[in-house]
Design a protein around this ligand. Structure first.
Ligand code: JD8
Length: 239
């Protein structure tokens, strides 16, 4: 999978050279390319922002540097890449979105700053890209880069070969929209706190039932929205 990241702060993406994503790049599974938006300006100050038309606070990202940067990416592309534009005004990025994007060959992420990118870029880009304005949740960030990092991690871990142990992905897909069960390791008693006895029993059916009950209890208490959805689909309410 090819991934192009365009930003005025491409250094944000240095974290992608660590851990699993870094390894996947070394292995040739991922081809991640970073681009400095300011390289697509022509003035002495490498200006990427201007005042909002119609008035208002802050500054808006000028469209032309984005068009030049995106045309550059398109020039080296084979098919029709997917362009992801992080914005609090986008549809919410979920695990479903991650699964959809993981099946694509070429993703391009356009991270804005200030009050965002001139809306006409989104419109113009429909010509060459499958454009997806997306939000990672209902809170306010200062720019798109952190959202890009979250999305790249969620998407790339689904690409075959990126995760060393695909059994974990398998288990996730069997969690049925419930939260994960609590996990423990050794020692069996730590600072006076024991692990649940059933986990030491070796009775795999009992362990599975215990974990499922923990998942249900957690989801009901912490995420009533998810719990209601789960019950509507599968039933089997807790006592
Ligand atoms: C992109 C600029 C900041 C946005 C004024 C200061 C995503 N879930 C999310 N929260 N925030 C973002 C996000 C924020 C961004 C940009 C994404 C570009 N800002 C602006 C408009 C209001 N603030 C995001 N994905």
């Amino acid at each position: 999978m090819r991934i192009d990241l365009i930003s005025i702060f491409p250094e944000f993406y240095d974290v992608l050279d660590l851990s699993l994503i870094g390894r996947a790049q070394q292995d040739g599974i991922l081809d991640v390319r970073r681009h400095q938006l300011r390289e697509h300006t022509a003035d002495r100050h490498r200006t990427v922002d201007d005042t909002p038309t119609g008035g208002g606070a802050g500054m808006v990202m000028k469209p032309e540097p984005w068009a030049l940067a995106l045309d550059d990416v398109l020039a080296g592309a084979s098919g029709r890449p997917t362009l992801i534009i992080p914005t609090p005004a986008g549809a919410v990025f979920t695990q479903r979105t991650a699964e959809d994007l993981a099946a694509r060959d070429h993703l391009v992420f356009a991270a804005g700053r200030y009050e965002g990118i001139d809306q006409r870029v989104t419109e113009w880009a429909e010509d060459g890209f499958d454009v997806r304005p997306l939000s990672i949740g209902d809170y306010v960030l200062n720019g798109g880069e952190v959202a890009v990092i979250a999305m790249v991690e969620a998407v790339t871990r689904l690409v075959p070969g990126v995760i060393g142990n695909p059994a974990s992905l398998d288990e996730e897909s069997h969690s049925d929209g419930l939260l994960e069960y609590p996990v423990y390791t050794k020692p069996a008693v730590w600072r006076g706190i024991p692990v649940p006895e059933v986990l030491l029993s070796g009775d795999h059916a009992k362990i599975a039932a215990h974990r499922r009950e923990q998942q249900m209890r957690r989801t009901r208490d912490v995420r009533p929205d998810l719990y209601a959805r789960h019950l509507a689909r599968r039933g089997g309410d807790l006592a």
